[in-house]
Design a protein around this ligand. Structure first.
Ligand SMILES: NC(=O)c1ccc[n+]([C@@H]2O[C@H](COP(=O)([O-])OP(=O)(O)OC[C@H]3O[C@@H](n4cnc5c(N)ncnc54)[C@H](OP(=O)(O)O)[C@@H]3O)[C@@H](O)[C@H]2O)c1
Length: 290
């Protein structure tokens, strides 16, 4: 079973810090990418009602006899009302042409405080509309709250070689102990880790030296930035799925081939665990990028 989960925000709207394609891939390109992913052992797809046309696009894809694990997310605008949650889930199921979702997450950690929203999520699971419920977080505090919440089955986290916040908080040990299924996104930091350092510096001030150091260490150990960035997340045993995004079939094919290099990456992995222990938030939190 592949540890990769294909993210779909790139399919539903213009996205990415670099956006090499300069546009959103069209439906035919998206279906080529999904087809190739399925034929390469990927059976898990991450989407959300907030990702533009992504849910409908997945809903119109002919999956045939396959029953992929599709995870969607509650719109951040949802009122604190369990009936509103039920309506939102049914709308997502409709767009996805599904009767049941493998997973449904809050798209905002703060919604864990909303009793009626959480009651709606739990009720949807009891009614068999979703198999697992959870939350997609941005901040370590939210991750630690979710890990101790026994209503939560699945948690999506931002994670990459420059972002050691969750390692330092002991998140992965707690998550394993509490049987949470962990999905890690942003291995490429939305593409920033793969950019030329001076280009990254223009886009995210102060990031250039960290990108340069990361790429120098990777090169010294015989890895490209794309390989090292994805392998770093794939090697973390506390992560069940690595959620990644692509705009082109070429990017997908490259990322698929990287999985085969996991075994040889352990010494480089140990090195990267020792570096980048205190990278400023302004660099590792995309919502803070200007
Ligand atoms: N709060 C949330 O729940 C949340 C937030 C963000 C994302 N997500 C999910 O996570 C998925 C992944 O998004 P992410 O933000 O985490 O991005 P990511 O995987 O860190 O980076 C994806 C970007 O990297 C670039 N890229 C990917 N493969 C490449 C390759 N082989 N060579 C060169 N460039 C490559 C592409 O951007 P360019 O072509 O533009 O360089 C792509 O858009 C999304 O689709 C979505 O499903 C969830």
């Amino acid at each position: 079973m592949s540890k990769l989960c294909l993210g779909t925000v790139q399919f539903g709207m213009k996205y990415g810090v670099n956006n090499a394609l300069g546009r959103q891939p069209d439906k035919e390109e998206c279906y080529e990418i999904i087809e190739k992913a399925l034929n390469s052992g990927i059976s898990c797809f991450d989407t959300a009602s907030a990702y533009g046309t992504a849910e409908s696009l997945l809903g119109e894809f002919s999956w045939g006899r396959l029953t992929p694990h599709i995870i969607s997310k509650l719109s951040p605008e949802c009122p604190n009302d369990d009936k509103a949650v039920a309506m939102k889930i049914r709308k997502s199921l409709q767009r996805l042409s599904l009767t049941k979702l493998y997973g449904y997450m809050l798209h905002r950690g703060a919604d864990m405080q909303k009793d009626a929203v959480m009651a709606g999520m739990v009720a949807a699971k009891e009614q068999g509309l979703v198999e697992k419920i959870g939350v997609s977080i941005y901040e370590p505090e939210e991750a630690l709250q979710a890990v101790d919440d026994n209503r939560v089955d699945i948690i999506q986290i931002p994670y990459n070689v420059l972002d050691k916040r969750l390692d330092k908080a002991g998140f992965f040990v707690k998550a394993k102990k509490n049987n949470k299924e962990i999905y890690a996104r942003s291995s490429f930091l939305q593409g920033l880790l793969l950019m030329k350092p001076d280009e990254a510096e223009k886009r995210v001030p102060q990031s250039g030296r960290f990108i340069a150091e990361f790429q120098t260490i990777a090169k010294a150990q015989g890895y490209t930035p794309t390989e090292a960035a994805m392998l770093y997340s794939l090697c973390n045993e506390g992560i069940d799925y690595v959620v990644f995004g692509v705009e082109t079939l070429g990017q997908l094919v490259m990322n698929l081939s990287i999985q085969k290099k996991v075994d040889g990456f352990s010494s480089c992995y140990k090195d990267f665990r020792r570096f980048f222990l205190d990278v400023p938030r302004e660099i590792i939190v995309p919502s803070l990028w200007r």
